[in-house]
Design a protein around this ligand. Structure first.
Ligand code: NAD
Length: 475
């Protein structure tokens, strides 16, 4: 499929068009923004349109229809419905308390649109991770230029058509292209850049944003650990974990990357995981023909996974569970690897596929030590019934989010901020946090009566005494 290169599009002209329109859009009312959200919602409610999306995703990486509905359409729809419900409240100035020293004033936060925003999205949930940020860009009154991933070209083309149908170019525009287009866009002085992708490209985006001092939200990835304590409900959690690891074929930013299992539960875990796969899909040997199990997105990523696997095996990893890979079909079976050591690339890089290293642990201190050796994860999964164990892990680790006794759910509640910390991301979104990500929180102080002039020069002994009193008693 043909992609448009940066040189083919006059992105400067498009940017200026949006820049000119941005102040008008920033002054739109909640009703006007809700009308735009309604356009999106109606689009997602149109079954024929959504069939087009399902077809595109099947062509891109054989994603199962139910997974498109669950992890793409339903997520964006729930963001849009939530934003529609809450927008009036979000847009209202938020009053804050006034300290006694500012007696006679009132203070509030006004949420002002940042202006022209850039949304760069990845391929793994191409619709969700493009349209969810867009919901918040619209809710906050921003214009948006979108650059989706070139690795899912059918979905990108589908979204380009949709955006053209739903919005005028000065309001929202979607440009198809690869890294060169992203690089060209990043030279423009956007007011906000919302990037979802790898930490490696996140650093490039942040460096480019620094040139214009554009604010950024970086939704990145990394190695999200799952812990299964001796006190955990092993059967249920293995089943849920197998689902979380195989959803989208492990190509999920919050997929459990590796699992730390209490040494007394290693065999039980491997057995339960295998049983779970059978329950979710079928026997491992016939999994390849199961339509519910999707594929690795392209050959490069298939080879990347093969390199991680081969490197681990060559350094002594043992395949606890696995099957036959099929390069032509980009099929990688769910694979459990044991006897893992730190010198394996699989314990350094984000796996982003259905391979799960299994590491035994004997104490909570050991768990913390393994996790803290690596950059802070996007998500941390604690499987345990023992409250003290949970508290210990929570208190001694840092992660963008934590899910206790389940998997993936961190993305499901729009009332929670979603995002990473340091290497796994900067900034948060979802619900009100998404609205804030695209807003300037303008601090407003209004004087109603009184004055501070008693503390103005000349600094007589009386002023000095008054200042000393203020400092001692009123601050
Ligand atoms: P990626 O970083 O390779 O690409 C993301 C986007 O950046 C694409 O649109 C790509 O065209 C663009 N890009 C590529 N090179 C660029 C450059 N030099 N300058 C500017 N833009 C460039 O990521 P990916 O492979 O598409 O997605 C997988 C990664 O994304 C994983 O690390 C995953 O964990 C992460 N991710 C994070 C979240 C989250 O919400 N935190 C969600 C999904 C994926």
């Amino acid at each position: 499929m043909e992609t448009i290169t940066a040189s083919q599009i006059n992105i400067q002209a498009l940017f200026e068009k949006q820049q000119q329109y941005a102040p008008e859009l920033a002054n739109t009312t909640a009703t006007e923004r809700i009308a735009r959200l309604n356009r999106l919602i109606q689009f997602m409610d149109d079954e024929q349109e959504m069939q087009g999306l399902k077809d595109a995703m099947y062509q891109d990486f054989r994603k199962a229809e139910v997974e498109v509905m669950l992890s793409e359409i339903a997520v964006v729809r729930s963001h849009a419905l939530h934003a529609r419900r809450e927008l009036r409240r979000w847009m209202r100035p938020h009053k804050v308390p006034t300290p006694i020293t500012l007696l006679g004033t009132t203070s509030y936060i006004e949420y002002e649109a940042k202006g022209v925003s850039l949304i760069i999205s990845p391929w793994n949930y191409p619709f969700n991770l493009t349209f969810s940020p867009l919901v918040y860009a619209i809710a906050a009154g921003n214009t948006a230029i979108i650059k989706p991933s070139e690795l899912t070209p059918y979905t990108a083309a589908f979204m380009a058509k949709a955006i053209k149908k739903l919005f005028s170019e000065e309001e929202v525009a979607l440009l198809e292209g690869d890294a060169s287009l992203a690089t060209a866009l990043l030279e423009l002085p956007f007011d906000h850049i919302f990037f979802t992708g790898s930490p490696q490209i996140g650093k490039i985006v942040m460096a480019a944003a620094a040139k214009n001092l554009a604010s950024v939200t970086l939704e990145l990835g990394g190695k999200s650990p799952a812990i299964l304590d001796a006190s955990a409900a092993i059967d249920t959690l293995s089943y849920n974990l197998a689902w979380g690891k195989c959803l989208n074929n492990g190509q999920t930013c919050i997929a459990p990357d590796y699992v730390l299992v209490h040494e007394s539960k290693m065999d039980a875990f491997v057995g339960a995981f295998e049983k779970s796969l059978k329950r979710l899909y079928t026997d491992l040997p016939s999994l390849e023909s199961n339509p519910d199990y999707c594929r690795i997105v392209n050959h490069r990523h298939y080879l990347r996974l093969r390199r991680l696997y081969d490197d681990a095996i060559s350094k002594g990893a043992l395949e606890l569970l696995g099957g036959t890979w099929n390069e032509a079909e980009l099929f990688v079976p769910p694979t459990l690897l044991g006897n893992i050591s730190d010198d394996m690339a699989i314990m350094e890089e984000e796996i982003f596929g259905p391979i799960l290293p299994v590491l035994p642990f004997s104490s909570q201190e050991e768990v913390v030590q393994i996790i803290r050796k690596r950059p802070k994860p996007l998500s941390l999964y604690i499987g345990a019934r023992n409250r003290r164990f949970i508290n210990y892990i929570m208190a001694n680790t840092s992660a963008g989010g934590t899910v206790i006794n389940d998997y993936m759910l961190g993305f499901g509640n729009p009332n929670l901020p979603f995002g990473g910390v340091n290497n796994s991301g900067i900034g948060k979104y979802m619900g009100f946090h998404g609205f804030v990500a695209f807003s300037n929180e303008k601090a407003v102080v209004k004087r109603n009566f009184g004055t501070l002039s008693v503390l103005f020069p000349p600094y007589t002994p009386k002023v000095k005494a008054l200042m000393a009193f203020v400092q001692r008693r009123l601050l």
